[in-house]
Design a protein around this ligand. Structure first.
Ligand code: MN
Length: 196
């Protein structure tokens, strides 16, 4: 099947002033779209032509880096758009709040560890909250790598490629990270993923 660029769950200007419409025009309209287009071009005429996105990611990992990088980036970006929200920020609730308390010693410690991990990811990549067995973990991945193929259940992610923040924050990745935690992170989405 053809891989589609999913609709954003909000208007392109809805994350402003934290993430501008201009960033969404490039990040979603050009970068994310290019990963979709390159994935479709790479599967055309191959045995993966009719495969779903997750099958393409698993099948290409380790054997076809070009296809893996583009298809995983399609998945990671769709997951990222859902990990942020115009009404985000605040604190996790319910079972997720309990697990964060148990695994990190409270929200503030979690937020500090997440910010350090996201800031410390050298170069391009992603910071994630993921479930591994019965534990929650903060992990970072490089380039297109994703916990999806690493025996973990991703709960939320932050894109720390420069293209995610450079128009709004230039080199101040740390401000982008704290803005994500304070104003954008979508805890309802993370709770939905925890329940899967
Ligand atoms: Mn990106």
């Amino acid at each position: 099947m053809t891989i589609n660029l999913p609709e954003l769950p909000y208007a392109r200007g809805a994350l402003a002033p934290h993430i501008s419409e201009e960033t969404l025009n490039f990040h979603y309209g050009k970068h994310h779209k290019a990963y979709v287009d390159k994935t479709n071009a790479a599967i055309e005429g191959t045995k993966l032509e009719k495969a779903g996105l997750e099958d393409i990611i698993f099948e290409s990992e380790g054997s076809n880096p070009g296809l893996f990088n583009n298809s995983a980036q399609v998945w990671n970006h769709t997951f990222y758009w859902n990990s942020i929200s115009p009404n985000g920020g605040g604190r996790p609730k319910g079972e997720l709040a309990d697990l964060i308390e148990k695994n990190f010693g409270g929200y503030d410690r979690f937020a500090g560890e997440f910010a350090d991990a996201a800031a410390g990811r050298f170069g391009s990549g992603w910071a994630w909250l993921a479930k591994s067995g019965d534990k929650l973990k903060i992990v970072t991945t490089s380039n297109a790598e994703t916990p999806l193929t690493q025996d973990m259940t991703p709960l939320l992610t932050l894109d720390v490629w420069e293209h995610a923040y450079y128009l709004d924050y230039q080199n101040a990745r740390n401000v982008y990270i704290s803005t994500f935690l304070d104003h954008l992170v979508n805890w309802d989405f993370a709770s939905e993923n925890l329940a899967k």
